[in-house]
Design a protein around this ligand. Structure first.
Ligand code: HEC
Length: 103
């Protein structure tokens, strides 16, 4: 039915977010739940491409990128966890560069 299209369009913005990953709490202290970095040196993940984020997690896990904190964070994740987290962060709204600090 064509009539169903209108409510769908209105709801689409909210629907675009995937379900919050179970492991998000492991990342939020540094990267934020919304992908806006909370600590100096942690990159903003919001809006980065899914494939890029997933690839980076693989590299930390496999040692291709040698960064101790991320190795520790990625080590216990399953492939499904990594996919869920990459989807989540890729779907977040990218941040404005000058807004890093909050009160
Ligand atoms: C203790 C702080 C900390 C925690 C916790 C943490 N990260 Fe990171 N993360 C970092 C830092 C610092 C970097 C930059 C490392 C580098 O220079 O490669 C990074 C880099 C990344 C990158 C690469 C981004 C890019 O632009 O290349 C991804 C993806 C990432 N983290 C995802 C995660 C996920 C998913 C989790 C949770 C499972 C997590 N991180 C937990 C600190 C953290």
């Amino acid at each position: 039915m064509l009539l169903a299209a209108a409510p769908f369009a209105i709801a689409r913005a909210a629907d675009a977010l995937p379900p919050q990953p179970a492991q998000l709490g492991l990342c939020a202290a540094c990267h934020g739940e919304d992908g806006q970095a909370r600590i100096p040196g942690a990159p903003n993940l919001a809006g980065q491409p899914y494939q890029y984020l997933l690839g980076a997690l693989h590299e930390y896990r496999d040692g291709g990128r040698k960064v101790a904190v991320m190795r520790a964070a990625a080590g216990p994740l399953t492939e499904k966890d990594m996919q869920a987290l990459a989807h989540w962060y890729a779907a977040q709204t990218p941040c404005k560069p000058a807004q890093a600090e909050s009160p």
